[in-house]
Design a protein around this ligand. Structure first.
Ligand code: ADP
Ligand code: NI
Length: 226
């Protein structure tokens, strides 16, 4: 049973795409399209009501505190919009439960909340788009945007960070793999997502090994061929 109609989803998609249209940090419209497709793939296997997940998946970044200066005002806007679309209150509540609690940074706080199945599917889809080849691309893209170095062998990865440290103390892109991206595969909720995640994990491991090999290659500084 679909609790949100096709027309309602079309309106929600337009709202979310407008919001994401100017993003250049890896959270643009292309990210939302991939999240929606992954939700579809996972939902088919996991017998999930896809419509609630798709709505939450499209809206999750609108209220992200690294993408907006005023997440509270954005959440109010989202809810007013959902009310105007005549979405029922229980469905709006489930969308709120998901988008307020699905982020990785939330897991670094002591305010973690159990998600519904619909929410777990959205969280899996969003996390899958953070790993594999696309995840590698997004991580470097994001780092460039916030001014992080790609790599610094002197800087060790930070484990057990607080949300404040994660957001505000600069790291490096390669360390982001150890601090977050390589841990995702074991944090996925559904079996379907884990299967997709395992391949993406291998892609990242291979990439990091190659990256470090190339970084450490000794290049003669006079340019002479050996
Ligand atoms: P969430 O929004 O779930 O809390 P993040 O804040 O980690 O997750 O942001 C999602 C994506 O943004 C990451 O998967 C990654 O691509 C990118 N990102 C976030 N922080 C960093 C970082 N410090 N270095 C590189 N990429 C990052
Ligand atoms: Ni996202």
């Amino acid at each position: 049973m679909n609790q949100i109609s096709r027309d309602q989803l079309t309106s929600i998609r337009q709202f979310a795409f407008d919001d994401a249209s100017k993003d250049h940090s890896g959270h643009g419209v292309d990210h939302l399209k991939r999240v929606e497709q992954l939700i579809h793939t996972i939902s088919q296997k996991e017998e999930n009501d896809e419509s609630i997940s798709v709505a939450a998946g499209l809206l999750h970044d609108v209220i992200d505190d690294k993408l907006t200066n005023d997440p509270v005002a954005k959440l109010t806007q989202v809810n007013q919009f959902l009310v105007r679309l005549n979405i029922s209150n229980p469905v709006i509540d489930e969308i709120n439960l998901t988008i307020n609690n699905m982020s990785f940074s939330k897991t670094l706080t002591d305010q973690q909340v159990e998600l519904s199945l619909a929410g777990k599917v959205v969280q899996d889809a969003d996390r899958l788009d953070a790993i594999g080849a696309l995840g590698i691309g997004r991580a470097f893209y994001y780092s460039g945007k916030v001014g992080e170095a790609m790599y610094d062998p002197q800087k060790k990865p930070r484990m057990h960070m607080t949300k404040e440290q994660y957001r505000h103390e600069p790291g490096t892109t390669i360390n982001h793999f150890y601090e977050k991206l390589l841990l995702i595969v074991d944090q996925l909720n559904t079996i379907t997502a884990r299967k997709i995640g395992q391949h993406r994990q291998q892609v990242m491991l291979k990439f990091i090994a190659e990256f470090k090999d190339e970084w450490e290659e000794i290049i003669p500084d006079d340019g002479d061929e050996k």
